[in-house]
Design a protein around this ligand. Structure first.
Ligand SMILES: *Cc1c(COP(=O)(O)O)cnc(C)c1O
Length: 382
């Protein structure tokens, strides 16, 4: 089977892992965590980076740090991996699901503006309250879907107007740029990256929080590492054990060392697919926009006129040719735990999600493999 997106571990992973074992630093103490955090901050031009046990725990910790609690809302897009919504629910808050724009498949800035203006009001303390529930809007959580940045200029202007902080879920967008800004420079309070096995860089499992400055990074580090003060068992707040281990960081560091090479390969693969299907009517590639550079986490095709049955049949035919194919993100408002949370839909995510067909795009995909994928898909479409 040619997998969709598997890690390439042919760099320093082996050496660094062996070093963890030979030095006995396999747990949360050890040099690789610090080295990974330093390199991640450099790559993304961030004030600070904090390594965590997963992207989900990174999102949860940041939302907690932002003060998101019971009786709060966080605005998320409908088209995302369920972890975005779960992180809000882990704070006992309720997500509000807003739909996406067709040009980027990310949180729609116009829906956001409409929603805050018409469905919310400012209370006496200056908090923004959702009229329908009486709960306050505590944060906006845009997602860089497929690795492509959201319309951050519009979103951050709206957020500023209402004084609401922004956390970006850039799980698979390390290396992406918005108006030439790296993830750490984009207008947002925090940015989260995932280092799960299927993402651009992996630590086996893990996450990174990008913060604007060292102080915010240290606060987050404190929260995610049991909030210990000093060397004995003193803890000053209810912290989380969301630490990344030295073992994970060893792999993560070796991966981040190769980020430029990985991004280049992802772009090459995306361009090959774009070109290979450009002559077929009704076949599109994933969104691209002039103001942004995508990390091209996943690439493939989008079939805007196909039915669910046609898509299912294409996927199963691909699988029988030993090419991995599975449905992509089912929108949040269609997921059992979030069917009843408030939402504002524009058919954006409902009309695309089952028509998105990611194709194999591991950085170590060979040219021959990609040619095989292309000819097989063309055979199914023509
Ligand atoms: C992968 C992913 C996450 C969660 O990251 P984990 O490391 O798997 O917990 C969150 N949001 C999005 C958009 C993702 O793709």
């Amino acid at each position: 089977m040619i997998p969709l997106s598997e890690p390439d571990l042919s760099g320093n992973e082996n050496t660094y892992l062996a070093e963890c074992v030979s030095t006995n630093f396999v747990s949360s103490v050890g040099p690789f965590v610090t080295r990974l955090e330093k390199l991640a901050a450099e790559i993304t031009n961030s004030g600070a980076a904090v390594a965590t046990s997963s992207g989900t725990t990174a999102l949860h910790a940041v939302l907690h740090q932002m003060g998101v609690r019971e009786n709060d809302h966080v605005i998320i897009p409908s088209f995302t991996f369920i972890a975005t919504a779960n992180a809000v629910a882990h704070c006992k808050a309720t997500p509000i699901v807003l739909d996406i724009d067709q040009s980027r498949w990310c949180l729609s800035a116009s829906l956001l503006e409409d929603f805050l203006k018409n469905a919310c009001f400012q209370d006496a303390q200056g908090r923004l309250i959702f009229s329908e529930t009486g709960k306050s809007i505590k944060a906006i959580l845009p997602v860089f879907a497929m690795g492509l940045p959201a319309d951050m200029n519009s979103i951050s202007n709206i957020a500023k107007k209402y004084d609401i902080p922004i956390l970006i879920d850039a799980a698979a967008a390390i290396g992406a740029k918005y108006r030439n800004l790296s993830l750490g420079e984009v207008e947002a309070d925090y940015v989260v990256i995932s280092m799960n096995g299927n993402k651009l860089v992996t630590a086996g499992g893990g996450g990174l929080v990008l913060a604007k400055n060292e102080k915010l990074g240290l606060d987050l580090k404190h929260l995610t590492t049991t909030a210990r003060v000093g060397k004995s068992y003193d803890h000053d707040i209810v912290g989380f054990n969301y630490r990344m281990t030295n073992l994970q960081a060893a792999v993560g560091l070796a991966q981040c060392e190769r980020i430029e090479e990985f991004l280049y390969r992802k772009l090459e693969i995306a361009n090959n697919y774009k070109e290979a299907f450009s002559d077929i009517k009704g076949v599109k590639s994933f969104p691209s926009v002039d103001d942004s550079v995508s990390s091209n986490w996943l690439s493939g095709i989008f079939l805007p006129d196909s039915s669910e049955a046609e898509m299912d049949s294409i996927r199963s035919l691909l699988r029988s040719s030993k090419i991995e194919a599975k449905p992509f993100w089912k929108p949040i408002h269609r997921q059992e735990p979030y069917r009843n949370v408030p939402n504002v839909l524009n058919n954006g995510s409902d009309s695309i999600w089952f028509r998105v067909l990611p194709l194999p795009c591991s950085t170590n995909l060979s040219l021959k493999q990609q040619e095989f994928v292309i000819s097989t898909v063309r055979g199914l479409l023509l």
